[in-house]
Design a protein around this ligand. Structure first.
Ligand SMILES: Cc1ncc(COP(=O)(O)O)c(C=O)c1O
Length: 381
């Protein structure tokens, strides 16, 4: 006889399946020759020879694991060097490495706001930020996506708020590839005095003269109070980081963040890969204009082929197709044509906005674009 908790589980899965929203894991091989428009390796650094060589060397020197949480013995001189390098790159005084971006966001937003504080968050911020805010006990108000006029009104209304006020945004949104006006946000921060938490996960590497992100590109390097970034996207490694001006932020996270304290720390080889990747990303200064041109070229070609996509120059291009079944149909047709692209469905994105999330990378050719457009046109019902 199955127990009540187990039938609850199977029922929730059956409901998901009936809506066409069931998620499944699909293992891929290491050498599949598909056109890859799915992962976040925007600069193709995960297989860059200097990055893999640095990881291999660290593997030999340190072994495959940090073997302990950071306060025990997992924190190595490699982690220390990496956090200093990241802080200097982005224009901050303090850095702290986390195992994942999810853990970093959950720690920052779960640990810094307190009950009685107010958090104003863009409607589309990442699930990890929401998880943190919800666990903090602070009051959460979400403002319409990238609508800084509404944010300004909310900030004016919060003028007499007794607790601290936090504003939470991303610089390049993970499912939309668009951005807020960071210059205006920086000016609003100076005027209203809130604590600005900015997630640069999808901007680092692709944006900015030295590749540190969108703050650098928009001329407001170091403006946000706290920056969260990841090593697992354009930097081709794994792990994440939190940057701040004040040492108190780093010390509070070290003292109170369960995500950091009670978890085996990032493998030294991942830290070494991150260090090598920053160097490579910095060297790509002159290539970044070509990456932005690539993004514009793909968007224009999609528009000409009849697929409306937003203008922009980030590495993420959303092709909104509507319902989940239609989105899956396109993804399947592309797969049959040897193209890997992710089908994103609710609840990751709002209902009715199922989409293909096209993720660009350095090295894509005009033949790749042609193949993609042809496959998209062939998938139209
Ligand atoms: C905006 C944003 N922040 C944080 C994360 C989490 O980063 P990680 O993959 O390192 O856990 C993601 C991952 O998808 C993301 O899109």
């Amino acid at each position: 006889m199955s127990s009540a908790w187990l039938s609850r589980l199977t029922q929730s899965l059956a409901e998901r399946e009936a809506q066409g929203l069931l998620r499944r894991l699909h293992p891929r091989g290491s050498r599949d020759a598909e056109l890859n428009l799915a992962d976040n390796d925007y600069l193709a650094l995960s297989k860059d020879s200097s990055v893999t060589a640095a990881a291999a060397l660290a593997l030999q020197e340190w072994g495959a694991s940090s073997s302990a949480s950071p306060l025990v013995s997992g924190y190595t001189t490699l982690h220390e060097a990496l956090e200093k390098r990241l802080a200097a790159w982005h224009g901050y005084g303090q850095g702290l490495i986390f195992n994942t971006g999810y853990a970093a966001n959950a720690a920052v937003l779960g640990g810094l706001p307190r009950p009685g504080d107010l958090v104003l968050a863009d409607r589309l911020v990442h699930a990890s930020m929401l998880a943190g805010i919800e666990s903090s006990g602070a009051k959460l108000i979400r403002f319409p996506h990238n609508d800084l006029d509404v944010l300004e009104i909310k900030l004016a209304e919060a003028g007499n708020h007794a607790g601290a006020v936090f504003v939470v945004t991303e610089s390049v949104y993970s499912m939309d590839g668009d951005s807020p006006d960071l210059k205006r946000l920086a000016a609003m921060r100076d005027r209203f005095g809130f604590c600005w938490v900015l997630d640069e996960a999808h901007a680092t590497g692709w944006h900015g003269a030295t590749g540190s992100g969108l703050q650098e590109e928009q001329g407001v390097r170091g403006a946000a109070d706290i920056v969260v970034g990841t090593l697992g996207k354009a930097l081709g490694s794994q792990g994440a980081y939190v940057l701040s001006r004040e040492s108190a932020v780093r010390e509070v996270l070290i003292n109170f963040s369960g995500e950091l304290i009670y978890s085996t720390y990032l493998a030294p080889a991942a830290a070494a890969a991150g260090l090598a990747a920053i160097k490579r990303a910095e060297e790509m200064g002159s290539e970044r204009a070509a990456l932005h041109a690539l993004s514009r070229e793909w968007r224009t070609a999609l528009g000409v082929a009849g697929f409306a996509v937003p203008v922009g120059h980030s590495p993420i291009i959303p092709i909104v197709l509507g319902d989940a079944v239609r989105t899956l149909h396109f993804a399947k047709k592309l797969k049959d044509a040897g193209i890997r692209v992710s089908a994103i469905r609710p609840p990751t994105v709002p209902a009715g906005t199922g989409r293909l999330r096209v993720s660009l990378r350095r090295g894509l050719t005009s033949a790749d674009l042609e193949k993609f457009i042809k496959a998209m046109q062939g998938a139209v019902l």
